[in-house]
Design a binder for this molecule. Structure first.
Ligand SMILES: Nc1ncnc2c1ncn2[C@@H]1O[C@H](COP(=O)(O)O)[C@@H](OP(=O)(O)O)[C@H]1O
Ligand SMILES: [Mg+2]
Length: 268
């Protein structure tokens, strides 16, 4: 039981789990797989399940005292009761739609929440061999080699926004509210990328805003939000308050559903 680990130590452990999960996902890509539809008609594959198994086994053996809320377990009705104020949020394969389509913008996500705040996060995009990681003390981009082993880390941070603003949006889940929001920024350039890589674009100073006016779940965003905050940015509620994580925060929706939010790099 390693309850004395610092967040930086937890982050290191999560980096390794994300790389291991990503390696397994790519094995399944090479073997070939089929997709099934979940109750909410979103796709799920063996890769989602295997990646989640690797992450859950790792987290639960090293941190048995920290509850884990994970996408596929939640879909099967196995969410932990009473998560308390410290818990992990895991999306083993974010962007499954892109994944099934044969794109490369899908990610493994592990976030740690303390008292509503995403304090540490890891995102691994295994088809791009790109790992992102962040906690108090800094955010990093870490390339991986062909065996999904981390190489040298490079510090990343948000940029001071310059005109034209770059606004990132979902590739496969656009909404009229998102279009209206982007239209308010005259001359802004719109970029699309699947999955939580949108947060990585902000955290590494390649884009300025990510408005999400459609439905997502907290495991889709906690890791990316933690990396963004570690890089100097922030995610906000639509009323401007810093965005918070935890069960039951979205009135009228299920536990761990997100509200609409705006993720920002550092605006000038
Ligand atoms: N109607 C909906 N209900 C719940 N989640 C949704 C949703 N539409 C999109 N999402 C979430 O958005 C994620 C994809 O984000 P993006 O469109 O930015 O790539 C999906 O993650 P998964 O692929 O892990 O299911 C899914 O969880
Ligand atoms: Mg997801």
């Amino acid at each position: 039981m390693l309850d004395h680990d610092t967040d930086a130590e937890i982050l290191k452990f999560c980096e390794q789990l994300a790389l291991d999960a990503g390696r397994r996902i790519m094995e399944i890509v090479h073997e070939g797989f089929s997709a099934e539809l979940k109750m909410d008609s979103s796709p799920v594959t063996l890769a989602d399940r295997e990646a989640e198994r690797i992450i859950l086994e790792g987290l639960r053996s090293r941190y048995p005292q920290i509850p884990v809320v994970a996408e596929e377990e939640a879909a099967a009705g196995r969410e932990p009761q009473n998560v308390g104020s410290v818990f992990f949020l895991v999306d083993p394969l974010d962007g499954t739609r892109e994944f099934v389509r044969g794109g490369d913008d899908y990610t493994v996500n592990i976030g740690l929440v303390r008292a509503g705040v995403p304090v540490a996060g890891v995102i691994y995009a295994p088809a791009r061999f790109a790992l992102y990681s962040g906690a108090e003390g800094g955010a990093w981009e870490i390339p991986a080699d062909a065996q999904h082993v981390a190489k040298d880390r490079r510090a990343i941070q948000v940029r001071s926004a310059t005109e034209p603003l770059k606004i990132v949006a979902s590739r496969s889940h656009n909404t009229p509210e998102t279009d209206e929001f982007i239209a308010r920024y005259k001359g802004a350039e719109r970029m699309t990328v699947g999955s939580s890589l949108k947060f990585c674009l902000l955290a590494s100073g390649q884009a300025d805003l990510y408005p999400r006016m459609g439905r997502t779940m907290q495991w889709d965003t906690a890791a990316g939000d933690a990396i963004l905050r570690a890089a100097g940015g922030i995610t906000r509620e639509l009323d401007g308050a810093p965005y918070r994580y935890g069960p039951g925060l979205t009135p009228g929706d299920e536990d761990f559903a997100n509200r609409h939010f705006i993720a920002e790099g550092r605006l000038a």
